[in-house]
Write a protein that binds this ligand. Sequence first.
Ligand SMILES: O=C(O)CCC(=O)C(=O)O
Ligand SMILES: [Fe+2]
Length: 253
Amino acid sequence: MEEDGRRLEDYAVGSLPALVYIPDFISESEQSELLHHIYEVSATRWKSLKNRRLQNWGGVVHEKGLLPQALPPWLTKITQRICEKTLLFPSAINHVLINEYLPDQGIMPHQDGPAYFPVASILSLQAPVVIDFTPHTRLIESLSEGQISMGQASGVENDLLYDNFSLLLMPRSLFIFKDQAYSDYLHGIKDSGVHSLQKVANISHYVNLDERKESHSSNGNDSERKDCLIRTSTRVSLTCRLVPKIHKNLFKF
Ligand SMILES: O=C(O)CCC(=O)C(=O)O
Ligand SMILES: [Fe+2]
């Protein structure tokens, strides 16, 4: 991240150093190009889940590693840029999950599996959402038993560290979470058409895109608008990760 004079640390957000938010990571035309590729594929590429659809690229992730399949060039163009600009991955990103969310869809609070290198990078397309982080119950239990040593808090205030927090993911942004945010928190997106902006750590990046489109509509309630995000269109996200263990051959399991 040197070409504009900013280093990755300059993009840190919230109370954990493990959260990085880079607005405008791709241009409008790159976004259109990606969406074109995503929707051009055969319908069988989409896997429908109860609350969203997804495409899996890079191969099948097993607990013990990846049965790899080369990423297409339209994805490596993005994954290479993520690696080059962040320098957070020890080798090339080899797995991309593309999630599609209708305005009332989300993803249950979860942790990404142990198969991945513990850095998740998420490119958001088309529509904003709020992603929520909640401390893992294991962490809450050990906190209440007084087992967390001061040393682990490493200069960050305890009460901030183990609280819930949220981040706003605007279209074309890259969001990265790693370390503690990866290991000690669950992350999820509410399956509701309205997302609260109240606990959003990077609220300065909020732009009401609908309002901008309508340019000067003045019939809305301003305070209400700043407190919540009304989801009006479909969001697509690319979760780009590295599975360090590769299985070249199915029979080696
Ligand atoms: O769509 C997102 O921003 C989150 C996706 C996610 O958590 C995942 O793919 O594991
Ligand atoms: Fe996830």
